[in-house]
Write a protein that binds this ligand. Structure first.
Ligand code: ADP
Ligand code: MG
Length: 405
């Protein structure tokens, strides 16, 4: 039941999840050296959880009693947050679970969300320890904003949730190849980019998307604060109605007739997470009002859901945590190595969209579908390799909550 009329502030209860293997393997030292003193100073009680293997965090948050926690904080790279989000959305009570405020502290080699969150504070760029302290400070401040998630359908009809990016071609190959340079930390993407440029190739595929309607300027997205923070309220203010899973079809019918008629099968009753009202079945053609890209030869397709792809890759300069957009970038085949290198070098400061590169296209979309035709290749979601094959995705505006500025 809802707690009402309580105005007494109490300390936050924070679960800090640390992946001791992330980045250069220093996440635990970063915790005890930098973050623990900050939490102590701010009188924030925490419980430290050190992950022992892949999917440990995912299983834990899927089973745990979430009422014990005011926030789940991840000290690792983006991969551990990916686990936590998907664990939350695999729960029976996903609609409530996904409202748990999430915090990110950069401890990995890919710290894109931390870099994005720092960017949203409008502070000048920061790296390494400075970025960690900035994110630690935001955690102690405890302001919570909304976070978009993107549901991604894979060929085997599996669905995963992403907060950061989907990549195919050049960028996905860098994600994977650079894993072996993990020990150089965030520099691994630079090393990987240079290696990939040397063996540049073309990727065949089909791309289609649902363009986003022209937007009006957004208001500040601050939605609440942690119990220990300023303006805190003990009631979690949810804008979602807590409807049951069984009425997914009703939701689809009332919100989008065009799509409903394309569905031949009802959604599985026990599918958890929000329904994807914008998507047709992956075996069927995309809805008629979608834009189908003419080219089939690409160097890369990159869908961004936050501003940064890595600490030094400001790939979607216009993106905010909850703008409700997928920032779709693609590079057509025919680009020279020099032009591609220039793109990635200007991306460090977010200037790549302004250099008039004729091979680069940028669109703000609500959903997209990518069907690779090349027999081999890689697709990454939030930097993690997923099943290779046709994929489609749609954005769910602001369904998660993020400790941010
Ligand atoms: P990095 O940015 O260094 O890649 P991530 O947080 O992305 O760091 O973690 C890399 C991978 O390690 C992720 O797939 C994550 O699920 C996995 N992982 C989490 N905890 C552990 C652990 N204790 N041992 C090994 N792998 C782990
Ligand atoms: Mg990672």
């Amino acid at each position: 039941g809802e707690r009402q009329g309580c105005i007494v502030r109490r300390p936050c209860r924070v679960m800090v999840l640390v992946n001791p293997q992330s980045g250069r393997g220093q996440a635990l030292q970063l915790f005890s050296g930098q973050i623990e003193p900050m939490l102590t100073e701010a009188s924030i009680p925490y419980t430290l959880v050190i992950t022992e293997h892949q999917n440990h965090a995912r299983d834990l948050v899927r089973e745990t009693d979430l009422s014990q926690w005011d926030a789940l904080v991840i000290l690792s790279g983006d991969g551990l947050l990916f686990e936590v989000l998907n664990g939350l959305l695999e729960r029976e009570d996903w609609e409530e679970a996904i409202q748990t405020p999430l915090g990110i502290l950069p401890g990995g080699s890919g710290n894109a969300l931390a870099a994005s969150v720092h960017h949203y504070t409008k502070s000048p760029p920061a790296w390494g320890k400075e970025l960690l302290l900035s994110c630690g400070f935001l955690l102690c401040k405890g302001l919570v904003t909304r976070l978009d998630l993107v549901s991604v359908h894979l060929a085997s009809s599996q669905r995963i949730f992403s907060f950061l990016s989907l990549a195919w071609g050049f960028v996905a190959d860098i994600d994977i190849e650079s894993e072996k340079y993990r020990l150089v930390g965030p520099m691994r993407f630079l090393v990987g980019t240079l290696m990939r440029l040397a063996s540049l190739r073309v990727y065949q595929g089909r791309l289609a998307y649902l363009p986003a309607p022209p937007s009006t300027p957004q208001n500040s997205s601050l939605c609440s604060s942690l119990p220990c923070g300023p303006n805190s309220s003990p009631n979690q203010n949810s804008r979602h109605n807590h409807s049951t899973n069984s009425n997914h079809n009703t939701v689809l019918n009332s919100s989008n007739n065009a799509i409903t008629t394309m569905r031949t099968e009802p959604q599985p009753v026990n599918r958890k997470g929000p329904p994807d009202s914008l998507l047709a079945d992956l075996e069927q053609p995309v809805p008629e009002h979608w834009t189908v890209v003419n080219e089939e030869d690409f160097v890369l397709v990159l869908a961004m859901f936050q501003s940064h792809l890595a600490e030094d890759l400001f790939a979607a300069p216009g993106a905010t945590a909850d703008d409700g957009f997928i920032h779709l970038l693609y590079v057509r085949a025919g680009i020279s190595r020099l032009a591609l290198l220039t793109l990635f070098m200007t991306m460090e400061k977010g200037g790549h969209l302004a250099i008039g590169c004729p091979h680069l296209v940028y669109e703000r979309v609500k959903a997209f579908r990518l069907e690779p035709l090349s027999p081999e290749g890689a697709i990454t979601v939030d930097g993690e390799m997923v099943e290779y094959g046709p994929v489609q995705a749609q954005v769910h505006e602001g369904i998660a909550r993020l400790i941010s500025a």
